[in-house]
Design a protein around this ligand. Structure first.
Ligand code: G4P
Length: 538
C-alpha cells in the first residue's frame, strides 16, 4: 500500500485507533457505488487502475451480477472488506452486497462500521434502497457523508436534492461545495467555506478565488448560465447551514459533496472529509458493559462468514471487527459462546486484489479468521473476559419455504449442508418439532436462489422449494418456563427450533398470528432475536 497524499497531522493524534476510519457506502443500485469504490481505492494506492474492482460487464441485472461475483470467488473476497491508507489514516471499507434485496448480511455489515458515505444519483435523488439503508444507519446514529454523483449528466436542481434529503430522511444538510454548472456545462465545484475552486479539467489542488462572483469562477460557465449561477450560489451561501462536527458525529447533519465518480471528480474532497471528520472507532455495547476502542485488551465480534472462498480448501473466513485493544498474530483468544480458547494464527487483511497475513490489528480493523465452522455470526472473541457484543441480531424471515430434496437418500447430507448455510447466515433454518422436513426462512427472495445454487455447486445437492402453510414466524419466550412449555406442547405442529435450538412459532398469516398472540398473553412473540449464548457445550 502507498500513502496517497500528504499527511495532515491535525487529523489524528497518531495512535493506531485514532487513525482508523471504518465505513461503508450505502446507495441504490446504479447510483455509482462500484465506481466510487474504485476511485477511493485509487486514492489509497490500493489498486493501480480503475476497473479492477468491477466484475460486472455483461450483467443483465443486479441478480445475475451478484451470482457472477459469487462464482468468481476471488472477486467476492475483494468486495467484503478493503483496507487502504490515505492522509495518515487507515480506511476499512466494508462492502454491502450490491443486489436489490435487502438482506441480513447488509444489516450486519452496517453494525460493524463507524460512518457511511451515502451516494445519490443527481438525476434521481433519494431512492428506495438508499432510504432503507439509511434507516439502518440511523438506528445506530452512524454519521453520514453524502456524495451527490453524476453531476456530469443532466441532474436535478441542487436545492431540490438537499430539500429531499432533509424531508425524506429527516437529516439536516450542510453542502460543503456547490456545482459550477450541471450536465454538459458541469465545470467544477466551489468550496463555500474555503472559497476555493476545483476544476473538472484539472487534477490539482483547489485554487483560492475572490468569492463565487469572481471572473475565475464565472468564466468556467457559458455566458448565459453565469447570472443564474451567481444567484444560486448566493442563495446557497446565505441560506445553507454550515458544517458542524458535533451534529454530524451524532448522526443529525450530513455534509454534502457534489461530484462525478466516473470523472474522478469530487472524490478527493470526499476522502479528505472522511479523514478529517469521520469518527475513529466508537465504543461498542456488550451485555455486561460498554467496551471503549482504546481499551488495551482485545475484543471483537464476527459480523460475516464467507465459505469456500478458496475452491481448493473448504475453509471459511469469519470477518471480525476488532472493537478494542490489539490483535496480534498467534494470540489465544476466548470464544465466549463456548468458553473455549482459539489460536489466531492466520488472521488476514484484505486489499483490493489480495489478502495478507495480519501481524497486528487494532480497534476498527476487520480481520478475516480462517476456521472450519468454529466461528458463527455474532460470536464474540476476547482475551478472557466473558462479554457478548450486542447488535448482530436475527430478523424474522419474510419468506418461508420447505426444502425438497430430489434424492431422498441424501437427507443427512442436506441437514449438514443447511446447518452450515445457516451458520454462515445465507438463510435461517427451522426444524419443525413434529419431525417434518426442514424449513428455510429468508428476508429477500434472492437468498433462496443463492442457497439453491450453492447446495448444488458446493454439496452436489439438487433441491427444490415447496410452499408451506406458514408465511410468518416469531421467536417465543416467556418469563415463566411452564407457560412456554405448555404453549409449545399445545401448538406442536406450529413450532420449530432455530439453529440455536430456540423455539419459533409459525403462523399462516399476520391475521392468525395476531389471533394466537391475543390468546397467549404469557408468551412474548418477537420478530428480532438478539445473539445469545447457548449452552456452553454447543
Ligand atoms: P452501483 O455499483 O451503485 O450499482 O453503480 P456503478 O458504479 O456500477 O455505476 C452504475 C452506472 O453509472 C455505470 O454505468 C457507471 O459507469 C455509471 N456512473 C457512475 N458514476 C458516474 C458518474 O459520475 N457520471 C456518469 N455519467 N456515470 C456514472 P454502466 O453503463 O451501467 O456500466 P459500465 O458499463 O460503465 O460499467
Amino acid at each position: 500500500m502507498t500513502d496517497g497524499s500528504k499527511t495532515d497531522a491535525s487529523i489524528t493524534d497518531g495512535s493506531p485507533v485514532s487513525r482508523r476510519r471504518t465505513f461503508a457506502i450505502i446507495s441504490h443500485p446504479d447510483a455509482g457505488k462500484t465506481t466510487l469504490t474504485e476511485k477511493l481505492l485509487l486514492f489509497g494506492g490500493a489498486i493501480q487502475l480503475a476497473g479492477e474492482v468491477k466484475a460486472k460487464k455483461n450483467r443483465v441485472s443486479a441478480r445475475s451480477d451478484w451470482m457472477g461475483i459469487e462464482k468468481e470467488r476471488g472477486i467476492s473476497v475483494v468486495t467484503s472488506v478493503m483496507t487502504f491508507e490515505y492522509a495518515d489514516c487507515v480506511f476499512n471499507l466494508l462492502d454491502t452486497p450490491g443486489h436489490e434485496d435487502f438482506s441480513e448480511d447488509t444489516y450486519r455489515t452496517l453494525t460493524a462500521v463507524d460512518s457511511a458515505i451515502m451516494v445519490i444519483d443527481a438525476a434521481k435523488g433519494i431512492e428506495a434502497r438508499t432510504r432503507k439503508l439509511f434507516e439502518v444507519c440511523r438506528l445506530r446514529d452512524i454519521p453520514i457523508v453524502t456524495f451527490i454523483n453524476k453531476l456530469d449528466r443532466e441532474s436535478r436542481d441542487p436545492f431540490d436534492l438537499l430539500d429531499e434529503i432533509e424531508k425524506t430522511l429527516a437529516l439536516d444538510t450542510a453542502p460543503v461545495n456547490w456545482p459550477i454548472g450541471r450536465g454538459r456545462s458541469f465545470a467544477g465545484t466551489y468550496d463555500m467555506a474555503k472559497n476555493t475552486v476545483r476544476r473538472l479539467d484539472a487534477d490539482d489542488e483547489a485554487q483560492p478565488v475572490n468569492g463565487p462572483d469572481s471572473p475565475a469562477v464565472l468564466e468556467m460557465l457559458p455566458d448565459h448560465e453565469r447570472d443564474a449561477f451567481s444567484e444560486e450560489i448566493g442563495l446557497a451561501m446565505g441560506a445553507c447551514r454550515p458544517f458542524e462536527l458535533k451534529p454530524f458525529r451524532e448522526g443529525h447533519l450530513t455534509p454534502v459533496f457534489f461530484g462525478s465518480a466516473l470523472r474522478n471528480f469530487g472524490v478527493r474532497d470526499l476522502i479528505d472529509a472522511l479523514a478529517a471528520f469521520a469518527p475513529p472507532p466508537r465504543g461498542q455495547d456488550a451485555d455486561t458493559r460498554r467496551v471503549e476502542a482504546e481499551e488495551p485488551r482485545m475484543t471483537g465480534f464476527v459480523f460475516k462468514i464467507q465459505a469456500n472462498m478458496d475452491p481448493n480448501h473448504r475453509d471459511r473466513i469469519a470477518f471480525m471487527r476488532v472493537c478494542s485493544g490489539r490483535l496480534s498474530r498467534g494470540m489465544k483468544a476466548k470464544l465466549v459462546r463456548t468458553g473455549k480458547p482459539m489460536a489466531l494464527n492466520t488472521p488476514q487483511f484484505f486489499f483490493a486484489r489480495n489478502r495478507a497475513i495480519a501481524d497486528e490489528a487494532w480497534a476498527g480493523d476487520v480481520v478475516g479468521i480462517p476456521n472450519h465452522g468454529t466461528l458463527r455470526i455474532g460470536d464474540t472473541l476476547t482475551e478472557g473476559e466473558d462479554l457478548l457484543f450486542r447488535g448482530v441480531p436475527s430478523f424474522a424471515p419474510e419468506i418461508l419455504r420447505r426444502v425438497k430434496l430430489q434424492d431422498a437418500m441424501k437427507a443427512k447430507k442436506l441437514r449438514e449442508a443447511l446447518q452450515q448455510m445457516a451458520e454462515e447466515g445465507v438463510v435461517q433454518l427451522f426444524l419443525p418439532q413434529d419431525g417434518s422436513g426442514a424449513i428455510v426462512g429468508v428476508v429477500g427472495a434472492l437468498q433462496l436462489d443463492v442457497l439453491k445454487e450453492r447446495l448444488l455447486a458446493e454439496y452436489g445437492l439438487p433441491i427444490d422449494y415447496e410452499q408451506t402453510r406458514f408465511s410468518i414466524c416469531r421467536w417465543i419466550t416467556s418469563d415463566v418456563r411452564h407457560d412456554l412449555e405448555s404453549f409449545i406442547s399445545k401448538n406442536l405442529s406450529s413450532i420449530a427450533d432455530d439453529l440455536d435450538g430456540a423455539p419459533v412459532f409459525m403462523a399462516a398469516s399476520p391475521f392468525s398470528l395476531r389471533y394466537d398472540e391475543e390468546r397467549a398473553p404469557a408468551i412474548r412473540f418477537s420478530d428480532i432475536k438478539d445473539y445469545q449464548v447457548r449452552d456452553k457445550a454447543a
